[in-house]
Design a protein around this ligand. Structure first.
Ligand code: 13P
Ligand code: SF4
Length: 320
């Protein structure tokens, strides 16, 4: 509508004026992803977002995603101004892994290599030996297992259990989950598969094991998008945030995508296939952040930065 068009036009001008670039995650709303693409920014998974922000020459990054993505960008490029549409866009995994308790957990198991998911605070990243995203977690744990290392894993228990099963690594788990993926329901998915027997099932590994067991492809957002392109099926049932449909539909216009069920008949869910924090990245919020960064700029403690940078770089180098 007219108001949205006005915001888009203003944002385009502001990005130019401020030498800023918009970096968006696949779970943001379609209009945000489209705007990032139109303005020379990127739409990506969390690993690619980190890499893009690190390499892009802009003075300012505006990160449409959730807070850990902004913090990762600032750790990698402290010389850049890193803005977020709202600093309230957090993540249940980050919230569920406070540094004090995580430190105590690590202190109790000094013999283990600490591997943490990128969906965490800078403090937790600084405590980690390795940081991983869902794109590279499997390969990194496999590598550590081959070195004979025992692992302390946090915070996503479902991703951790999936990797443990795939690699056979010795992993001690933190008990955290994503409120969006945790809601996908096994029985309802079995019923949906029966309705669409020719559909392939794509599942993000933050989902429960019983849902992952039903998948034809399991992977990060970018890996699921690739699977949608590469598999021969014309129909897909997708167990991840529905924001991903924008890119899947754009790349495969002739294919059909269905949301995996988040609740059985009569049941309800808290966050049905759309992350409430990703949904905070609206056009107005992006516009306002570019006009007045107060309260929307990411800062990280420089002492913590050194620790987090070491393990982030380890991940980027490994997955280069
Ligand atoms: P990807 O790394 O697969 O993009 O997932 C990150 C995530 O959980 C964003 O919510
Ligand atoms: Fe966190 Fe889940 Fe939202 Fe991703 S979708 S940001 S893991 S709460």
């Amino acid at each position: 509508d007219a108001e949205k068009d006005q915001y888009k036009a203003k944002i385009k001008q502001l990005l130019k004026d401020k030498n800023a670039v918009l970096v968006a995650h696949y779970y943001t709303d379609p209009e945000i992803q489209a705007l990032a693409e139109e303005t020379g920014g990127c739409v990506a998974d969390s690993l690619e977002m980190a890499r893009f922000g690190n390499q892009h020459p802009a003075d300012t990054l505006i990160v449409a995603g959730v807070k850990f993505m902004g913090e990762t960008a600032k750790v990698l490029t402290p010389e850049k101004t890193v803005l977020m549409p709202t600093l309230e866009a957090t993540c249940s995994l980050d919230l569920g892994c406070p540094i004090k308790e995580f430190n105590e957990f690590c202190d109790k198991h000094p013999d283990r290599t600490v591997v943490v998911y990128a969906n965490t605070s800078t403090e937790v990243k600084a405590r980690a030996d390795w940081i991983v995203t869902s794109s590279c977690a499997l390969e990194i744990v496999e590598h550590l297992d081959e070195q004979g290392e025992k692992i302390l894993w946090g915070p996503d228990k479902h991703l951790g259990a999936y990797i443990e099963k795939q690699t056979g690594a010795d992993m001690l788990m933190w008990d955290g989950a994503c409120i969006v993926h945790d809601e996908f329901k096994t029985k309802a998915l079995v019923d949906m598969k029966a309705l669409h027997p020719d559909a392939a099932v794509l599942v993000h590994p933050e989902s429960p094991a019983s849902v992952i067991d039903l998948a034809d492809a399991v992977g990060s957002t970018s890996q699921l998008i690739k699977a949608a392109q590469e598999l021969d099926n014309n129909k897909f049932i997708v167990a991840t945030d529905r924001g991903i449909f924008y890119k899947m539909q754009q790349l495969c216009p002739e294919k059909e995508f269905f949301e995996a069920p988040t609740a059985g008949e009569g049941a309800t869910c808290k966050s049905c296939a759309h992350c409430p924090w990703m949904a905070m990245n609206g056009l107005k919020a992006i516009h306002d952040a570019l006009i007045d960064p107060t309260g929307r700029e990411i800062f990280v403690d420089m002492d913590l930065r050194d620790g987090a940078l070491k393990s982030l770089n380890r991940m980027l180098d490994f997955s280069a």
